[in-house]
Write a protein that binds this ligand. Structure first.
Ligand code: F6P
Length: 326
């Protein structure tokens, strides 16, 4: 019989190779348990009526669907019971969520159901998370960390069943869910250098509201690359990681309806942009904001801070960054 290596075995070997404790393994077990349970609810959601609108709005002013609340509850449960988490920042909760403030070891920043416009169709959504570690050797240095201080970042594509995890200085790895709900078969992901598979991914409906220099850049590049957009960051970024190219959610500076302008960008820094930027860097790529500043360098000032995002193959990120820096 042939057995694929499981995610847990992969992490165990990683920790032992680097002479590390098992705390991270315990945290990852909690995150994996949450993702599997969310996957199950998502797959059976339509039958159970979990995919409808609740009618309330979340802290970002978006409609909350029942699945969002379920995913949040599940994730907080597992992060709490593993005992390793100090605080969490979640897309669904305005304030920072204290968990094990004395004994915890990690900060977790997450959105356990990202891409909610896909929920009512049962189409792919994401569970994105970043992990930073308490300063064990000196005074506590705050719980809102820049992406460059993350130890790991990952994303599940639900219900597709893929899991991508980046470990600091140890690469980006992809796993697939098997028939007994184990994530198995680690494959290291590197962005392809061959430009023939590269794609551009952005919401075309916003294009005329992007800054003029961004519109001009797109016009110059668009004939060279295929264009794909699913509307859920984890799914769109998953394609870019495999095929190369650029995912972007630029600032919306010039929308005819001023309420739809987003001069600071739409995506959230801590649990969307920094997560994919970290994964991308470990896969050989890069990410910048609307000023051309590396996403991983941005120090968050508040948990739900928004940013513009350009993430993907390094040559394209370098190219747009030069334009953005003016
Ligand atoms: O921030 C949530 C999110 O759904 C992302 O997953 C996705 O990339 C983006 O918003 C899609 O936004 P829009 O519908 O404006 O293109």
């Amino acid at each position: 019989m042939r057995f694929e290596q499981t995610f847990m075995n992969f992490i165990l070997q990683h920790q032992e190779r680097h002479n590390r404790t098992y705390h991270f393994l315990i945290l990852m077990d909690a995150i994996i348990s949450a993702a599997k349970r969310i996957q199950h609810y998502y797959l059976t959601g339509a039958l159970k009526g979990n995919l409808g609108l609740v009618g309330s709005v979340n802290v970002q002013g978006e409609e909350v669907m029942r699945m969002d609340q379920i995913a949040q509850e599940i994730t907080i449960h597992y992060l709490g019971s593993c005992g390793r988490v100090i605080h969490a920042v979640s897309e669904e909760t305005k304030e920072i969520i204290p968990i094990n403030t004395e004994g915890g070891r990690y900060f977790v920043y997450f959105d356990s159901l990202d891409g909610s416009s896909n929920v009512s169709h049962g189409l792919p959504v994401g569970f994105l998370f970043g992990i930073a570690k308490r300063n064990l050797d000196g005074p506590e240095d705050g719980h809102l960390r820049a992406g460059k201080d993350y130890r790991a970042a990952g994303m599940f594509v639900i219900p597709t069943g893929t899991f991508t995890l980046a470990l600091l200085d140890s690469g980006t790895w992809r796993f697939h869910i098997d028939e007994i709900m184990n994530f198995v078969k680690p494959i290291q992901v590197m962005l392809p250098e061959d430009t023939r598979s590269w794609e551009l991914s952005f919401n075309e409906a916003n294009r005329r509201a992007f800054a003029e220099r961004v519109q001009a850049w797109i016009a110059e590049k668009e004939r060279k690359y295929a264009f794909r957009y699913l509307g859920a960051l984890a799914g769109d970024f998953h394609r870019i990681l495999s095929n190369g190219g650029l995912f972007m959610y630029p600032a919306i500076v010039n929308h005819p309806n001023p309420e739809k302008s987003r001069p600071k960008g739409k995506l959230r820094l801590m649990y969307e942009a920094a997560v994919v930027a970290f994964i991308c860097r470990e896969a050989g790529g890069d990410a910048v904001d609307e000023a051309g500043t590396p996403i991983l360098e941005i120090q968050p000032e508040e948990p739900h801070q928004r940013t513009a995002l350009y993430v993907g193959s390094k040559p394209l990120v370098d190219d747009i960054a030069q334009i953005l820096r003016g």
